[in-house]
Design a protein. Structure first.
Length: 115
């Protein structure tokens, strides 16, 4: 079972930046398309960005295009999410997972953007 540990969240003012990291265990990490998901209070968890195993193809939900960048380092079993120009509507718990996700999740990392 691949374990997923997210970090890097915090409280930031609108317009600020954060960089999220996700450390994954296991040698199979490099085979997977990975994604960052988020869940805001009262809302369904949504896919924010994903990156293929080789890192050559990425996907972003429209609401974050041009502001967020997903990347990965397969040697470190880590996937990143650079978030710039943050908005209050980006406030959520952020999770990483395989895309499509495993049937389990890490603890997530809280991102709070104040206006």
């Amino acid at each position: 079972q691949v374990q997923l540990v997210e970090s890097g969240g915090g409280l930031v003012q609108a317009g600020g930046s954060l960089r999220l990291s996700c450390a994954a265990s296991g040698r199979t990490f490099r085979w997977y398309t990975m994604g960052w998901f988020r869940q805001a209070p009262g809302k369904v968890r949504e896919l924010v960005a994903s990156i293929r195993s080789s890192g050559d193809t990425t996907y972003y939900v429209d609401s974050v295009k041009g502001r967020f960048t997903i990347s990965r380092d397969n040697a470190k079993n880590t996937v990143y999410l650079q978030m710039n120009s943050l908005k209050p509507e980006d406030t959520a718990v952020y999770y990483c997972n395989r895309n499509p996700p495993f049937d389990y999740w890490g603890q997530g990392t809280q991102v709070t953007v104040s206006s």
